[in-house]
Design a protein around this ligand. Structure first.
Ligand SMILES: *Cc1c(COP(=O)(O)O)cnc(C)c1O
Length: 433
């Protein structure tokens, strides 16, 4: 494959943007080499500026449940555009969308639309602090909640629960208000909650952690987290930005039957346009301005084009109920990939949940891998090889071994068969390299 145009665009891009990109993982640092510049896409296929095409398993990091340029969403967006694209005032589209969400997700009595997942989580932290009169936040190591200062922290090397900033520019003071607990570790969670439970405003978790590999949690662990959180009077926040409308219409909340106090959404909720949302009971959401004292606003919040895209997405998901079909397709696709991967010169395995999947590159210390400490040390190096071999055969996976893959309904059996024959060639190349 020729990537000449991508390479020269990347040289130009580095002169205008940090690292040449507008979100770090796009810079290909996780796999090495130079990013491929994509110029258009359709269904499960994405096309780069050198005329190469790929079967896309990154799917814009999850939002495209029905693939690229789903005709219903496209039509809704074009119709919205023709009416005008931003009013900065009340409009009926977010109302219709809000009514749909609150009627289908029982926990969501009130919802507030924002423009990204990060913004949703950030607002929820402020809300939780106001509603509880407490300052500390607990997160789990290996969960990602967007680039919110308070949650862009990881476990420190010293005291188990102490956080250290996971980015330059986050003050030690901010990090000190966040406690970090390992995933899949009931005892650690109990210990932290016994010591600090009454200072904690919110316990924030991705109920299906999918931003640091796919790290499915046991239902027992999630239930324990929910029980202890509630006993301590902290708010339970389910960050369903990636799992919402992906594992089921009602996300992990529906799958597990657990009732969080607050829910955060992003990705699928905007159908590929910038939308985030958070919500919960009226009791909690009445803290939000203008009903209550917690300020949170947005010039382009509930933008009518984005609202119509999200609404079209959700209506289609409701009508088609694609979840079972997607899960089965993902199961058999990853089983076939596992079979093909037996020829690779290293151990690997596939983890999948609903239509998300992830390749564990190396020997896992435990199956399934449920916590970051269980991810093989070879993850990054091996993934980089597999990634580049697949790219050259026309398969676009996420350019990082810690990101998951997604199936959409556009990944039909024929598309997946084609993907498997490309993977077979790619794996053979890795073997012989
Ligand atoms: C993607 C993601 C976010 C951040 O959303 P953005 O729209 O990128 O700001 C937050 N939480 C989870 C679980 C995510 O997957």
């Amino acid at each position: 494959m020729n990537h000449q145009n991508s390479e020269s665009l990347f040289e130009r891009a580095k002169r205008v943007a940090p690292g040449g990109v507008h979100s770090p993982v796009r810079g290909f640092r996780g796999v090495g080499g130079s990013p491929v510049f994509m110029e258009r896409a359709n269904s499960a296929e994405i096309f780069d500026v050198d005329g190469n095409s790929y079967i896309d398993f990154c799917m814009s990091w999850g939002p495209l449940l029905f693939g690229h340029r789903d005709p219903e969403i496209e039509e809704a967006v074009l119709a919205a555009l023709k009416r005008g694209w931003s009013y900065g005032t009340a409009e009926p589209y977010s109302l219709e969308f809000g009514e749909l969400l609150t009627s289908k997700i029982p926990l969501l009595e009130r919802v507030r639309f924002v423009s990204s997942g990060t913004e949703a989580v950030m607002s929820v932290i402020r809300l939780a602090r106001a509603a509880t009169g407490r300052n500390k936040i607990l997160k789990f190591d290996g969960c990602y909640h967007g680039h919110v200062d308070a949650l862009l922290v990881r476990a420190g090397s010293g005291l188990a629960e102490m956080a250290t900033p996971d980015s330059a520019g986050i003050s030690a003071q901010t990090a000190a208000d966040t406690l970090v607990c390992p995933l899949d570790d009931e005892a650690a969670f109990e210990t932290i909650m016994n010591a600090h439970g009454k200072e904690i405003a919110a316990v924030c978790i991705e109920p299906l952690p999918a931003n640091n590999g796919l790290l499915p949690q046991s239902i027992e662990f999630l239930r324990k987290v929910a029980d202890i959180t509630k006993k301590n009077g902290a708010l339970l926040v389910f960050d369903e930005v990636i799992s919402g409308f992906r594992v089921a219409l009602g996300g992990m909340t529906e799958q597990t039957g657990i009732k969080p106090d607050v829910l955060c959404f992003g990705k699928i909720i905007g159908g590929g346009f910038p939308v985030g949302a958070y919500g919960g009971s009226h009791e909690i959401m009445k803290w939000i301005a203008p009903e209550g004292p917690v300020y949170q606003a947005g010039t382009l919040s509930a933008n009518p084009v984005s609202m119509c895209a999200g609404l079209a997405m959700l209506k289609k998901a409701l009508r088609e109920q694609p979840y079972k079909r997607l899960e089965e397709a993902t199961k058999s696709f990853t089983a076939e990939l596992t079979y093909l991967a037996r020829d690779l010169p290293f151990e690997s395995s596939m983890q999948s949940e609903a239509s998300l999947f992830w390749m564990v590159c190396g020997k896992a210390s435990s199956t399934p891998v449920r916590a970051i400490g269980q991810i093989p040390e070879t993850q990054k190096a091996i993934y980089a090889k597999v990634f580049h071999a697949c790219l050259e055969e026309g398969l676009y996976f996420a350019p990082s071994g810690y990101e998951v893959g997604f199936l959409s309904t556009a990944h039909t059996p024929q598309v997946l068969d084609q993907a498997l024959s490309r993977a077979k060639r790619a794996f053979a190349k890795v073997k012989n390299s």
